[in-house]
Design a binder for this molecule. Sequence first.
Ligand code: 2M8
Length: 448
Amino acid sequence: APQPQRPRLGTVALASGAAWVLAGNDTGTMVTASPRLYPHMWSWDAAFIMVGLAQLDVDRAAREMETLLSGQWADGMIPHIVFSDENGYFPGPDRWQTAVVCEHAPARPHTSGICQPPVHAVALRKIVDAGRRRGGADRRRAESLLRTSWPRLFAWQRWLATHRDPLGTGLIAVTHGWESGMDNSPRWDSAYASVRPGGDLPPYVRKDLDKVGDEGERPTDDEYDRYLWLIEEMRRVGYRADEIVRTGSFLVGDVFMTALFALSCEVLAELGEESRQPGEQVAQLRHWAARSRSAVLATRDPATGLARDFDVRAEKWITTPSIAGFSPLLCGGLSPEDQTALVAALEGPDWMGHPGLAVATPPTVSPSAPEFMPKQYWRGPQWPVISWLFSWAMRRGGMYDTAADIRAETLRLVSDGTFAEYYHPLTGAPLGSLSQSWTAAVVLDWLY
Ligand code: 2M8
């Protein structure tokens, strides 16, 4: 059915709207991921939010990093949620009980017990660049943030390299679909099929369903039982990282996470050189980056050239045609011919060039695939934040034209001014939460 025509905002109105969304979601110490659905700080959301804040206010962006790092665990893990005092989200601190059962978790702030993709070095890069560009107090603030947060981000990358490389190849593994950031992506369907919630899963009530337009935009109850069961398993082993990797029901080498890990190691190494951090740590980062880049390239499907996840428990490749297949474009390392071919696939008729798309930006699942569900969360919709990530990384990797096209088309999509969490690829309709912070943040970065 044709969608009602929404007014499109021009650049100035769009930038003001984006700044307004971030201000509206700001509790003072954290910009929550969204006003109602996600009233807390999420780890990778926070990084993208910093990218947007850096354009508006360097000090406020720096404080966002400090809030996030106040939740960092003693072993280096940055948890996927730093909780505010709101209780409108489930699972909240009472369910996780991280500080009750794990010595590494801080007592305050409350935090969850899993992690999310490491994109924080990119945020630090953006804050430092904004500070240097502006000069004066902004520059001093950014340089001092660089000094204090660099070792913390190094510890975070080290945690991933140490505790999440079960095969020893540099392929970083996730122990829960939530860690991937792409919660219910069909990438995880086969791995979740082997997660069998026990009869002793404590009862719970979801709080997310009444906060979106249509329940069909969110994961199912069956999926939620599995999400909660994995948390129960982790809580029972006191969130001991190696024990979870040894015994948990879900363990998948996540190629997208791995590419972001490699990218962040490189970015952090560059920042380390600029700020004279210990040479051996910078070298260590470069070593991890090279190893994980190779691991990403080694996952490529010989038939399609797309990168694949690896289900460590089932010992099999996952071939779902998802946006993660393009992970090599995030971390680099392809030969010029292979890079050209992968970019052509991204721009081709199964992806950005699909004739049914309202705007030509990458959907999260190929519209040509049977798994494609245009309204459902990570099963097909376009996510502006993912477009930003690809655009940023591809520009960094010299793929200027595609990077610019993704930017222009995504700006066209979000010029409806709703700053939706995700969009219907075939109609351009906003989906999920509106006024989602990371959508506003990446728009700001693009417009400044
Ligand atoms: C979504 O995930 C949370 C669980 O972490 C949820 O559905 O409740 C995902 O889109 C994730 O990538 C994102 O960080 C989070 C907050 O925006 O929401």
